[in-house]
Design a protein around this ligand. Structure first.
Ligand code: SF4
Length: 372
């Protein structure tokens, strides 16, 4: 959208270090415009005057081990407002109070989920750093900000790196509180969860998405409902708050799948596996496997609306025909109550305003998965 450039001179994409270094050299007159990296500019002369051009002179990104320590130097950190936009324990962590933000790796080590932007750099380029480097960064940030709370903002923090980081924090007696996103994979044994808690972990969030083994497989999520139950329970038993990202409206999801998913979620709350959650409506992005190969997921994409600004979300037709709007209202109402310990003993059909089938999930599925 050319009008954007009435207000800014450049727009760069993805990891900022290399594009910014190139831009600084360009502004200092040491690099031509043709050699900018992942950068949009508006031509201000010649035949293309007024048009936006994307320039991507390919240069290697700065390795994650070498990107350095984030700094907030000069910002009035104590003057920011704390916001409380939702009565949800995890949302409260996000916005109420300040946390130092740090990534413990770049990208996602799994990079397979079919709803995720896995073709983009921020997911697909996975690079880790040593535990020593990470704790050096943590110590430098604590020294600068005087604050010891950390939010690890990785899309999915790798368990191996978390383990090494926890051991290093404990060995160096660095005392912090931290929380972040993970995948609920079986590597998170009760012992590892306890080690993470000992190193300062207070909360974990992860994707259960649509609690349905059929759909988890179609999503390539690499977890099963049973496994999520065991892993989340291990976190909870170590005193770590667990938040589950939940999803509805995934391609081919039926009303029966939705009722069953809610029944699994009810049992997870009932059995003390999760304490918080949020239902997100599935959105198809052009950078995800569903967006790239919709037929493999049983859907057909609608043409992208003409937009000069961004091409990201794309509409689709799912012949399954489920009314996800009606489902979404019920799911959100149920979840809100579950988080307050309400309605856990009741039939999940009561939350729906339309007639829905009985759940097919065995009544004690999660208790049995936990061996209780
Ligand atoms: S959804 Fe999460 S775990 Fe899956 S590929 Fe994306 S970042 Fe990785």
């Amino acid at each position: 959208e050319p009008r954007l450039f009435d207000y800014v001179d450049f727009v760069t994409l993805d990891a900022g270090e290399r594009p910014l270094l190139a831009l600084l050299e360009h502004i200092a007159g040491r690099r031509s415009q043709q050699r900018l990296v992942r950068c949009f500019v508006r031509e201000d002369g010649g035949e293309l005057a007024g048009q936006v051009r994307y320039i991507n002179f390919v240069e290697p990104d700065v390795p994650f081990e070498d990107v350095g320590t984030p700094t907030w130097d000069g910002l009035p950190l104590h003057d920011y407002l704390s916001l409380l936009d939702m009565l949800n324990p995890m949302n409260r962590l996000w916005s109420d109070g300040r946390w130092n933000k740090l990534t413990i790796a770049h990208g996602c080590y799994w990079k397979k989920c079919s709803f995720c932007d896995i073709t983009l750099d921020y997911i697909s380029r996975y690079e880790a750093a040593s535990a020593k480097t990470l704790v050096d960064r943590i110590e430098a940030i604590v020294a600068e900000t005087g604050q010891t709370g950390f939010h690890f903002v990785d899309e999915a923090a790798p368990p191996k790196v978390l383990k090494a980081l926890a051991q290093e924090l404990i060995a160096r007696q660095v005392s912090i509180s931290w929380w972040g996103n993970v995948r609920f994979e079986k590597t998170f044994t009760p012992e590892l969860c306890q080690l993470l808690a000992d190193s300062g972990c207070i909360a974990i969030s992860g994707g259960l998405e649509v609690a349905s083994d059929r759909l988890l497989q179609l999503m390539q999520k690499g977890v099963s409902v049973e496994q999520v139950a065991r892993v989340t329970r291990a976190f909870t038993e170590s005193g770590i708050l667990v938040h589950a990202y939940l999803m509805y409206g995934f391609p081919t999801q039926t009303v029966q799948d939705t009722v069953d998913a809610l029944e699994y979620v009810r049992q997870l709350f009932e059995n003390g596996c999760i304490q918080s959650g949020f239902f997100h409506r599935f959105a198809c992005t052009v950078h995800s496997p569903v967006g790239q190969d919709p037929a493999a997921f049983g859907v057909r994409l609608l043409p992208l609306p003409p937009s000069p600004f961004a091409k990201n979300d794309v509409g689709f037709v799912d012949p399954t025909g489920t009314d996800h709007d009606a489902m979404g209202d019920a799911l959100k109402k149920a979840l809100y109550n579950f988080m307050h310990g309400l309605g856990l003993e009741q039939d999940v059909r009561r939350w729906f305003s339309v007639r829905v089938p009985k759940p097919k999930v065995p009544k004690h599925f999660i208790a049995q998965a936990l061996g209780t």
